[in-house]
Write a protein that binds this ligand. Sequence first.
Ligand SMILES: Cc1cc2nc3c(=O)[nH]c(=O)nc-3n(C[C@H](O)[C@H](O)[C@H](O)COP(=O)(O)OP(=O)(O)OC[C@H]3O[C@@H](n4cnc5c(N)ncnc54)[C@H](O)[C@@H]3O)c2cc1C
Length: 564
Amino acid sequence: MEKLLIVGGVAGGASVAARVRRQDEFVEIVMFERGPNVSFSNCALPFHLSGMIEDSDSLVLMDPEQFRKQYNIEARVNTEVMKINREDKSVLVKNLLTGEEYTEKYDRLVLSPGANPILPKSIEGIDGENVFTVRNVVDIKKLQGYLVENDIQDVAVVGAGYIGSEVAENLRLAGRNVSLIEALNQVMNPLDYDMAQILHKEMMDKGINLILSDGVTKITESEVFLASGKSVKAKAVVMSIGVSPETTLAREAGIEIGRTGAIKVDPNYKTNDENIYAVGDAIEVFSAVTHKPCRLALAGPAQKQARAAADHMYNITHENKGIIGSSVVQVFEMNAASTGLNEKMAKAEGYSYDFVYVIPGDKVGLMPDSNPMHFKLLFEVPTGRILGAQAVGKGTVDKRVDVIATLITMGGTLEDLKDLELTYAPLFGTAKDVVNFAALVGLNILYKKFEQVPVTKVRELVEEKACIIDVREKHEFENGHLINAVNIPLSELRDRLDEVPKDKPVYLHCRSSQRSYNAVMALQNRGWDNVFNISGSYLGICLYEYYTDVVTGREKIVTKYNFN
Ligand SMILES: Cc1cc2nc3c(=O)[nH]c(=O)nc-3n(C[C@H](O)[C@H](O)[C@H](O)COP(=O)(O)OP(=O)(O)OC[C@H]3O[C@@H](n4cnc5c(N)ncnc54)[C@H](O)[C@@H]3O)c2cc1C
């Protein structure tokens, strides 16, 4: 190869360039970037809004001069590739500062143009000067400049995915009044509704005006109007309702687009043109779990695809295993991570699945900073193959979800996870780590050692006056309980067996389901066949119910919320 051209100079583009240079000292590499910066940290952009990253210039990791000196790569910034001419293997390029247009020939071309924030034209006022998006360093400087110069306090963030949530948090940490508006009934769609409730509470506790199940219809200079008829005060609006792959250049050149609307590539990231590769947010990937095409806008996969594409040009083999979608985010004091399928996806894909929701400590309880970790593990029935996991808590959720991501990639099952030998010392975890623990509970469910009901069903049980037994100690019960639960502490259960009915379903819970599991097993071993453990128990129920209770003012099913 004599000349490689690359469209896009950030995560995917810069990674292709660097990897190709390591394979080939003599190929000419030119990387075109429409914006003024190459190689910046998109992922760190929101942290400038709180001042955690004080200097916005530090978001730029390498400049064109460094690319030239260190790698002999020519990075042409403020330069847009306007057209691909596949017949004569050239691109039409425009210098956005001078307006000059010219043609550049290639032997190979790599497309890594990323994805654009979605800005629906149907929203009145979407073109206003107070409406912003966050994609690059220019965007974040513009937004922060506008907020500071105009001393803006009221900001609306529209869309509560990862970017919207991070932007909202960082604006709030800077002391601003933030409304976070989401059309779905939850934030962070990779999480299931029950897990997202924990984040809803956290956002609300930290002063975010969280508005769910509502869409924006109109934006003015000082207000945002919603489909429900409500409005919120906002002198600046950040739109973060999702991204769409940048495919115009490819589409116009006759490069095949997949059914998800992103650029179609083969396992080596080659398009339908022998000489053109594509990587990153703009391409269609395939799910290693469902084996279906999908889209994914994450930095890790973009960089790995870039390396694989570069390697393929030099006949270095690469096994494309597909993606599973692993991500993590911090929401104030809570961390949330997920990988693989969640329940919504498993249902939509028609999987035969079950799940466990456990709340073990993330460290030995005696240790400082030991906190509950909410952990949900999905597995296939009857194989026990692990399908996905979600973790929310103050501790290292990423470590736990990364273990599951590894197992999913390797086709692991609950049996594999149960005995997985992981590091342990009291300051780091527990001897039976959160993930081992989840596998053990999962195996009990899989082999029907006991049955469970999820926290999502508890309101229904309370309303139909089902028999619910709370096996926590008396003082715990008195500090808040389900309104019609009966308190039979585990320590008294064996002396009060005559109080446990045999002729109707009995639902047991404690604080985190561990004691109630022991109670369920004791009863089963003594002949009860009508007992169910409430997974998530009192802690899970309080977290699940709290946000909706407060926002809608509906009748509480607990006498007092208890989050400890
Ligand atoms: C605010 C924010 C936070 C994020 N946080 C995370 C995170 O925590 N974890 C994570 O995994 N991912 C995160 N991401 C996503 C991650 O940044 C992207 O998945 C990744 O950057 C995709 O790489 P890419 O090369 O496909 O696109 P990009 O990195 O977006 O680069 C594409 C570049 O191509 C340029 N371009 C497009 N068309 C042309 C053209 N015709 N000519 C010249 N240049 C062109 C664009 O200007 C753009 O700079 C975040 C993204 C944002 C915006």
